[in-house]
Design a protein around this ligand. Structure first.
Ligand code: MN
Length: 255
């Protein structure tokens, strides 16, 4: 248990104006000293990118809120190293108004912000609402975020591990509890639209498409489809340890 009021960095990939971060910020203010440090603009699908070709500006919006003209990763690294008075006790990212299930995790700015917190040694989680873009029903997710944050502040997280949380878009009373899950697969059919510019040149627009959900046992997608909140422990180490052991014994690598 902490001997001080926990300092909580609240960020997202949708920008400081997004209703999801407003709901998350309010939930974190109820349990600690929350400071919002988030991108000026929507930076969804920016993954773990870092802005290195230009300077970044921090704009203070209020005593507890800052906007940075960069990515979620920029916000977490600058937030922790330059803006906050000391290292935070928790980094919370979201609430994203759309799922971050399975393969989505690779592209997600929301999840990357929590990864960056983890890399910097701060317990972190990302939280997303499995709903169409534009949704405003963040109550259940905000409530769960507060509970989870309280537990993490007490118990900590496994080493080099962040939580990726996905909340079904249901009223609190209809949610079927929370489940620890594994990362599934989520592929999109027809996610690149081929169209033409006004001069007849072909161009491509990535987005949309129909997700194919892997409903394998214990996956994030399966929990959400069953009405449960999915909590997936993600590891910073991407090594396939099982393959590593086998490869070392079976593959000769000669120089
Ligand atoms: Mn987003």
């Amino acid at each position: 248990m902490l001997d001080h009021k926990p300092l909580i960095l609240v960020t997202n990939d949708d920008g400081v104006q997004a209703p999801g971060i407003v709901a998350l910020f309010a939930a974190m203010q109820a349990i600690g000293q929350a400071v919002m440090i988030a991108p000026e603009q929507d930076a969804s699908a920016s993954s773990h990118s870092l802005t290195m070709k230009r300077p970044l500006r921090v704009r203070q919006l209020s005593p507890e809120a800052y906007a940075i003209d960069g990515t979620p990763t920029d916000c977490v690294t600058i937030g922790i190293k330059k803006v906050l008075p000391q290292k935070p006790d928790l980094v919370v990212s979201g609430i994203n108004p759309g799922p971050n299930l399975g393969d989505d995790i690779n592209y997600s700015g929301t999840v990357a912000a929590a990864k960056e917190g983890t890399l910097l040694g701060v317990p972190s989680f990302a939280i997303s609402l499995v709903a169409p873009n534009g949704t405003v029903r963040f109550e259940a997710a905000a409530r769960f975020a507060a509970q989870l944050a309280t537990t993490i502040l007490t118990k900590g997280l496994p080493k080099d591990t962040l939580f990726n949380v996905n909340v079904p878009d249901l009223p609190v009373a209809e949610l079927r509890g929370g489940r620890f899950t594994r990362q599934g697969r989520r592929l999109y059919d027809d996610a690149i639209k081929e169209t033409f510019d006004p001069w007849g040149n072909r161009h491509y627009w990535i987005g949309g498409g129909t997700p194919y959900l892997d409903e394998g046992p214990d996956t994030d997608a399966q929990a959400v489809l069953a009405g449960a909140i999915s909590v997936t422990p993600l590891h910073i180490d991407l090594t396939n340890h099982e393959a590593l052991a086998r490869l070392r014994s079976e593959w000769p690598l000669t120089s």
